[in-house]
Design a protein around this ligand. Structure first.
Ligand code: CP
Length: 335
């Protein structure tokens, strides 16, 4: 695809060569993310960071990525503090905000809302999560992490065996990741969820039609025993009508060190898009896994910065200028 000036709304936009390009650019962002060097390549540019639904890492990661490229960030946080709460349409909001910004990142609770917003925006829009539909930048950082973790084990994404666990019905990260995996060869997927929270049928059918081996199950132990990656997800309480309804499913698929040792192959990588629900009744990834070197959840968040820097540099067409606008950092770097 042509990245310059493009909005990033769905992973369905990408071909496999695009993924290689994004990962290549992301690798080059490492010295800047690590503060070994700094670049002012986006000096004067403004990111409109519009988050109409709760977020910690996606919002801050997009903002930090833009700052690390030298740009400034303006934010709206929460529906109630925006004019959407006064009845303003997404069309009007997009017309206004795209006059203030060079690029916009947006999260919104309604599926396809970010794509609607993008139609009225005069600048590129990156989907930071539209309801239970998609979360493209998360899937890219997840796949980037998978590639890095497998490389350390002498493997590639082709041939990957992965278990996705939890609320696969509402989890936008697993929807986007599943679609990205369709670009690769010889992929085996174990989908582990309660029947009511199963992966949408159209995604399962698409995966099978693209040649992926897909097994659906309600049992975590047997599903994680022959995979390279265990990708756990949270029960997406915000998509249920009540907390009580979400409680019916919480805590059904717990992973802790004892279960990992008993059922997983050595070096099985543990991933989660975060936030993990660490409340006792959920505890989907126990903190006793925190000392396990195969727990990649915080490497995922670090990688997110690289991938998001790459997306900004590519959509704003400055990849070739990043190095030219770089200098050493003057402060003491503790990393
Ligand atoms: N993974 C993710 O989207 O996290 P946040 O909800 O904190 O942005």
């Amino acid at each position: 695809m042509k990245f310059e000036g493009a909005s990033i709304l769905s992973v369905s936009q990408f071909e496999r060569a695009d993924i290689d390009t994004i990962f290549h650019v992301a690798n080059h962002m490492e010295p800047y993310a690590q503060r070994q060097k700094r670049t002012r390549v986006l000096e004067g540019a403004i990111l409109g960071n519009m988050f109409f639904e709760a977020s910690t890492r996606t919002r801050i990661s997009f903002g930090s990525a833009f700052n690390l490229l030298g740009g400034d960030v303006r934010e709206t946080v929460g529906f109630e503090s925006s004019a959407l709460a006064k009845g303003e349409s997404l069309h009007d909001t997009a017309r206004v905000l795209s006059g203030f910004s060079d690029i916009i990142c947006m999260r919104h609770p309604e599926p396809d809302s970010v794509a609607d917003f993008a139609k009225s925006s005069r600048v590129p829009v990156i989907n930071g999560g539209d309801g239970s539909n998609e979360h493209p930048s998360q899937a890219l950082l997840d796949l980037y992490t998978i590639e890095k973790e497998l490389k350390g084990l002498g493997r590639k994404i082709d041939g990957l065996r992965i278990a996705m666990i939890g609320d696969l019905r509402h989890g936008r990260t697993v929807h986007s990741l599943s679609k990205l995996l369709m670009l690769f060869n010889n992929i085996s997927v174990q989908l582990v969820s309660p029947k009511d929270l199963a992966m949408p049928k159209n995604i399962v059918e698409d995966m099978r039609s693209k040649g992926l081996s897909v097994i659906e199950s309600e049992k975590i132990e047997s599903s994680i025993s022959h995979v390279d990656i265990v990708y756990s997800t949270r029960i997406q309480e915000e998509r249920f009508t009540s907390k009580d309804e979400a409680d019916l499913y919480r805590g059904k698929f717990r992973l802790n060190q004892a279960i990992y040792t008993a059922h997983c192959e050595p070096n099985t990588v543990i991933m989660h898009p975060l936030p993990r629900d660490s409340r006792e009744e959920a505890n989907e990834l126990d903190i006793d896994l925190d000392g396990n070197p195969s727990l990649a959840i915080f490497r995922q968040t670090d990688n997110g910065l690289l991938v998001r820097m790459a997306l900004f540099a590519m959509t704003l067409d400055v990849v070739h200028l990043v190095e030219k606008n770089s200098s050493d950092v003057p402060w003491h770097n503790l990393r």
